[in-house]
Design a protein around this ligand. Structure first.
Ligand SMILES: NC(=O)c1ccc[n+]([C@@H]2O[C@H](COP(=O)([O-])OP(=O)(O)OC[C@H]3O[C@@H](n4cnc5c(N)ncnc54)[C@H](OP(=O)(O)O)[C@@H]3O)[C@@H](O)[C@H]2O)c1
Length: 213
């Protein structure tokens, strides 16, 4: 797949590196792509660094959103014509301390964080994944054959569900489908499975004992 990484920091940088290693074509983006030289070198021949604009214009199959939550409003608005009906994987989390008032509003709204992203990227197919795992575990626990950590994910439709499941498997993690975006509250900050690094069986037990839907 051709993957556009929007925000090439702890989460986007590590995921992009893994996907490039797995054979996907990865475009890392930044507001100053010239600073991503080391990351591109470490990632090998399948990776390149571009501006955010060029990455959206490059017509990727899927975009990973790994920026501070507060950047969602502007990015979704600026590049609406480019991402159109593509798959967006949302790895972001609203943190009022970092993201300000809008994160506070989302935290106390009657929709969850992934639904906020889906509302903003209204024409795209949004999935939520990789927002619950610590960046260090994303880095260190990929490509395992045994004791794979499970990545929980939620998806808006069949296509985004299939894409995310594939991309989780390709880098040696297990996956656990939580449900539709409306079911993804359990993945949000301070909720039951947030920040938990567990094997699939343990994660599923925790989800099943918590689910009220
Ligand atoms: N760190 C974790 O353990 C962890 C775990 C799960 C989820 N998350 C979530 O994932 C997201 C990214 O976290 P992170 O730790 O990877 O952050 P990070 O290391 O700070 O990386 C975020 C990147 O986003 C880019 N960025 C910042 N503001 C932007 C804007 N207005 N427009 C476009 N790009 C912008 C920055 O790149 P440039 O300055 O180069 O443009 C930066 O490298 C956050 O929402 C976070 O809550 C983090």
């Amino acid at each position: 797949m051709k993957i556009g990484i929007i925000g090439s920091g702890n989460i986007g940088g590590n995921l992009g590196k893994h996907w490039a290693k797995a054979g996907h074509s990865v475009m890392f983006s930044s507001r100053h792509p010239e600073e991503l030289k080391n990351l591109v070198e470490e990632s090998g021949k399948n990776a390149e660094a571009l501006s955010v604009k060029d990455t959206f214009e490059a017509n990727a199959d899927v975009y990973l959103l790994a920026v501070p939550f507060k950047a969602i409003d502007k990015i979704s608005e600026l590049y609406a014509g480019e991402y159109a009906n593509k798959v967006i994987i949302d790895a972001t989390n609203p943190y009022p301390g970092r993201d300000g008032e809008m994160a506070l509003k989302v935290r106390s709204a009657n929709h969850n964080a992934s639904e906020y992203t889906a509302m903003k990227f209204a024409t795209a197919k949004t999935a939520k994944a990789f927002n619950t795992i610590h960046a260090e575990h994303l880095q260190d626990r990929a490509f395992r054959n045994v004791d794979k950590l499970a990545i929980p994910y939620a998806a808006q439709d069949k296509e985004s569900k299939a894409v995310v499941e594939q991309l989780i498997k390709d880098i040696g993690f297990d996956s656990l489908y939580i449900g539709n975006l409306s079911d993804s509250r359990i993945m949000d900050p301070d909720q039951v499975i947030y920040g938990k690094s567990l094997l699939r069986k343990e994660l599923k037990e925790l989800v099943d004992t918590t689910k009220t839907y």
